[in-house]
Design a protein around this ligand. Sequence first.
Ligand SMILES: Nc1ncnc2c1ncn2[C@@H]1O[C@H](COP(=O)(O)OP(=O)(O)OP(=O)(O)O)[C@@H](O)[C@H]1O
Length: 257
Amino acid sequence: MLSYIGVSKGYGGQLALDGIDLDCAEAATTVLIGPSGCGKSTLLRLAAGLIRADAGEVWFEGAPLGAENLRAARLRMGYMIQEGGLFPHLSVRANVELMARELGWPTSKRRERLAELAELVQLPATLLDRFPLELSGGQRQRAALMRALMLDPDLILLDEPLGALDPMIRVELQRELAAIFQRLHKTVLMVTHDLAEAVFFGDQLVLLRAGRIVQQGSAQALLQSPAEPFVAEFVNAQREPQRVLMEVSQGLSAPVF
Ligand SMILES: Nc1ncnc2c1ncn2[C@@H]1O[C@H](COP(=O)(O)OP(=O)(O)OP(=O)(O)O)[C@@H](O)[C@H]1O
């Protein structure tokens, strides 16, 4: 569904990604983890076509992403950037409905989808007519998630989607989202700083360091057979590494919080 083939990307002469080869399998969730600045968001931006690789190619649905197919591809992707990226001059409703309006969805269809998504992310209907600055950080994040899901995309790109949520809503939304992704066979590429969340969502975990993939595979492999000392260091730097390890060994039956 989405593949990176020998992808490198630099900003102003500084290499942010260095020869990335990665396959994000269809109907599976791939989670990018790694220290700040290792290139996670850059991988999402490349998939969304916001930036172009200096070397290598990004393939989506069997074709390399390029000027000629980008718009059509983008309509099949939902992308939630870090901090949400809502337009400040538009209400939540207008933000979420933006692309659906542009595509000519009738009002009834837009309203129906909006209500469905508001229920999913537990955003009270009374907040839909507010502007982003009139919401809390967690409410903004939920609105941004609604916008990313509005067109029912095949590929969902999520950059720290649940970071600003309070723990209770976060756990509930994790469960709901994971169930939806699975039920609707969504292909998801997600960034999180939280290893427990990565383990919960990820069919495949990809650990990056300084623009390179250090290890990729199942949570079990990553946690129980680290490819190099850095992997274990990264795991041990988490808030509760033992708990994450224990949950993994018990079969990932529940969110590890
Ligand atoms: N627009 C830009 N101009 C210059 N440098 C950039 C730009 N965007 C990212 N970088 C640099 O590229 C590297 C990778 O950035 P990226 O945002 O992909 O990292 P990240 O892993 O998502 O980090 P974080 O976890 O902190 O969000 C970093 O060193 C960052 O400073």
